[in-house]
Design a protein around this ligand. Structure first.
Ligand code: PEP
Ligand code: MN
Length: 358
């Protein structure tokens, strides 16, 4: 990585933007110049696109490398593209592409990750690109950590993690669920790895990108990777989620950065109320478990099975309805009730120690 690219990657917040796919030379240069005008220092465009269906546009491949080199030379921007194989890595490293990202479908594949890491290890540290590791498709922190560890093991110096949401069965309107606790835990385990958010792939919808970007900034992410296209409706991949460079500029200028850490009497009072409320919640959980134990005794005396699915479904539905009426998400209500139920069931099987369950 040269000095100029290094400077772009030293910016905080760190912004990376560009189209989902490189489509034509004109399209790449049009977006890059508009983004450069908007103050963006790092350009992204996918050359090899992992698509779900075999007939979908799967990228222009190696011929797009020359277009990215043109972006570097004509704007001074750093450029990034996705790699999924050792061959992609070799092509990009030889062409001095400044940064590579590992897509969600590749992070979750340890063999591919190892091949990519091995290929990168052949280049001297000064020639190595920045490597950005998107989270795997499934909400699996260990797979994400493991992919990063494979790169660390071969001595890659500049590694960034990108949170692009997880594919789940949740009925939420987003394309990929953010499950913020996972990137937050990744940051706890690897505090020296920069953490970016990709709100484009989380939302799947241009109108919501700004909101999720703001959420990431509220959670202290180091920056954003955002898909931008001069004519989103005509994009050959991810048309629904791309925004124009103009919209991106407006969005970034509206982001609110909160840097104060002022703890005054008002906040202390509210925190005290939180502590008191938590105490009540815990008292009630204990009370619920006492009752569950009594029910366990009843079931044992009357030869009834511990698990009563029909009853639990009724309890669950009642709480989901209540949650929805009170502005709490269905997913959260489900998770809380499943945890409480699991513990209640355990209370009714007192011989099994908790750490043996699951
Ligand atoms: C992309 O960035 O265009 C992409 C394919 O991302 P992901 O791997 O997050 O789906
Ligand atoms: Mn995309």
């Amino acid at each position: 990585m040269n000095v100029q690219a290094h400077n772009h990657f030293s910016q905080r917040p760190l912004y990376i933007a560009g189209p989902c796919s490189a489509e034509t030379e004109d399209q790449v240069l049009c977006v890059a110049h508009a983004l450069h005008q908007a103050g963006i220092g790092i350009f992204r465009a996918g050359l090899w696109k992992p698509r779900t269906h075999p007939d979908a546009f799967d990228g222009v491949g190696e011929k797009g490398i020359a277009w990215l080199n043109k972006v570097q030379h004509s704007t001074g921007m750093a450029v990034a593209t996705e790699v999924a194989t050792a061959e992609h890595v070799r092509i990009c490293c030889n062409a001095h592409i400044d940064a590579l990202w590992i897509g969600a479908r590749t992070t979750g594949n340890p063999f591919m990750m190892q091949q990519i890491a091995n290929e990168l290890s052949h280049y001297p540290a000064t020639d190595q690109p920045v490597i950005m590791v998107k989270n795997p498709i499934s909400p699996d922190l260990d797979l994400w950590l493991g992919a990063i560890e494979r790169l660390q093991q071969v001595g890659i110096q500049h590694i960034i993690a990108i949170h692009r949401g997880f594919s789940t069965t949740a009925s939420a309107p987003l394309r990929n669920q953010p499950i913020w606790s996972i990137p937050i835990e990744l940051h706890k385990r690897m505090p020296h790895i920069l953490l970016l958010c990709d709100p484009s792939h989380i939302t799947g919808k241009a109108e919501w990108v700004a909101t999720v970007a703001q959420q990431a900034i509220c959670l202290n992410f180091d920056g954003l990777m955002i898909e931008a296209h001069c004519d989103p409706a005509q994009a050959r991949s991810d048309a629904m989620q791309q925004i124009t460079p103009q919209e991106l500029q407006t969005m970034l200028s509206n982001l609110q950065f909160r840097q104060q850490n002022k703890v005054d009497a008002e906040l202390l009072t509210l925190r005290q109320q939180i502590d008191e409320t938590d105490e009540q919640i815990w008292q009630l959980i204990r009370q619920r478990m006492d009752i569950a134990r009594q029910i366990g005794q009843y079931k044992a005396q009357h030869n009834m099975p511990v698990l009563q699915n029909k009853r639990f479904e009724q309890v669950l539905q009642k709480r989901i309805n209540w949650a929805l009426e009170n502005g709490i998400s269905e997913e959260t209500a489900k998770q809380i009730m499943h945890l409480i139920h699991e513990e209640s069931v355990r209370m009714q099987m007192p011989d099994i120690p908790p750490h043996k369950i699951g």
